[in-house]
Write a protein of this length. Sequence first.
Lengths: 188, 449
Amino acid sequence: MKLVRLDLGLLAILFGLAPALAADMPDTSTAPAATRPSAVITLATKVEDGQKEIFATVTVNGKPLENANVSFSAPRTFGKLILGTDQTLDDGTAAIAFPSDLPGDAEGNLNISAEILSPAAYAGAHNEARMSGGKTRTPAGDAYPRALWSPNAPRGLIAVIVLLVAGAWGSYLFVLFQLRAIRKGADS
Amino acid sequence: MSSPAFNSHGPLASTDAQVTDDLIATLGRPSLFHKTWVISLALVALWGAVCYLYQVKNGLAVTAMNDYFCWGVYIINFVFFIGISMAGTLISAMLRLTGAEWRRPITRMAEGITLFALMIAGPMIIIDMGRPDRFLHVLLYGRLQSPILWDVLSLTTYMAGSTIYLYLPLIPDMAILRDHSTNFSPWRRRLYTILALGWKGSPAQHHALERALSVMAVVIIPVAVSIHTVTAWIFGMTLRPGWHSTIIGPDFVVGALYSGIAAVIVAMAIFRKAFHLEDYLKLEHFKKLGLLLLAVGIAYLYFTVNNFAGSTYVTGTEERSLLQSIFGGTYAIQFWTMVIVGLLVPCLLLALPWTRTLAGIVFASVLINIGMWLMRFIIIVPTLSVPFMPTPVGKHLAYVPTFVEWSITFGGFAAFGLLYTLFSKVFPIISIWEIIEGRAVAAAVERKH
């Protein structure tokens, strides 16, 4: 969208229509980008009433940001899995339940991301943290290890092929040494 | 074993110098017929190359291959050329190892056929590919369990071995040509000097050459058997009717011997006529090879009967449909032509003493090569016309090669002939030093008697 607006802006300038177009564009910032304070998000887990939760604390210039919509997600193979959204309280915290059924790495660690959706001035600010507590994911066992139809060739087959190929090419190498001997015979 | 009565090493009354001059004379200025022949072959090969470029540009849609007939005439050519490449190994290596003296004028022709047939067979696989640029993937990402990868490994090993095996007995001849350098242009002199490796014929050099030749003669036989077996396994290790057979490996090896010997006989007849080598390629050579061809032909007949007998007796639905199409259906003409032209008539011509003449043996060999090409067709196409996949209702599966496929096929055959012809004009087609050595052996045997 920003790119589209930028293109339209450039076109407007080119055709002298900038003032008119500018009036149609919504004002998405409350302060110039250079001076606008940035929002900082910190992520942590906490257990409350026996329930493990993810907390995101949003601060601006060290002060908690209230009523900010925060989206929690976990990066997966083909995109981000949205875990939930929450609005920050007066202490700047937003929280969702920890997704304990979500597969993590071999030790159960999950990458959790929090991103501000609104207000627009801080939208897009995000942070990511690694948290333990997900399901441990053990590598899938090979049902047919070293079988002809598995990705890995059986060791016996590897040995046979290597032996045959090495035998043939080793003989060729021997013949090349004999050719060298013939060449040397010419020099002597 | 040679006998004193059978002199297979050139004119009886000639000297070694005469033999050398005779065989060097084959490298002389080409006749008008020879030039026309080379230009014709080059034009056909060029036309084949142009058609291949057309195929690369437009894809395999220009062929008759489709989702059912994934293999066609290119794979038939591949198997055919792989088959005749067996010639060099059999004639040269086996006869060398068994000390058959009569091999001497034949070995180089046979070794040449092997190398040039492989040079055409290999590219046929790439020509068959819709995306030839992906050939490299076989090497980069190939699975060691795949018969395709075994074939690539085997083919490259065989090709390297055949090149070495062709080159080794050329070394003393290169020295002879180097020493007759006044007859040749500067580039030829330079080529012969380089390839001669400074050969002076010293005992040490002879010893090294003999050792190299002995090792190669032993190694090249299993390597050659492996390429024919592995090529057969590409078919046999699928579950397709007609291919999934335990004897398909040996069947291919025997078939390769059969077409390979026939190809050597045809080449011998052509060179005998073209280079006036009647004193070197005698009727006895043709007769000996003819008898060998007969023995292998009977073995191949046995394998063919064996292949079909089992499946005729116990058949599944697909197998029955395949056999019906081969014996009495769509492919009956090709099959029975192959049986009659490629097996029965040649074996009869070779078996009967009054047809076992030079013309009879050569004619039988030509028939065998035609029959064996048809046999490759019978192996590949009918099986693909009996797919496990359902076919659209009323659709009749048939494969008729297109003009592009025929052009590339003829281009391949022309390229083979061209390479062989050019080789015979640069290198002596009969090994000079082996003939001279054979004369010495024959003279020694004569003295003993």
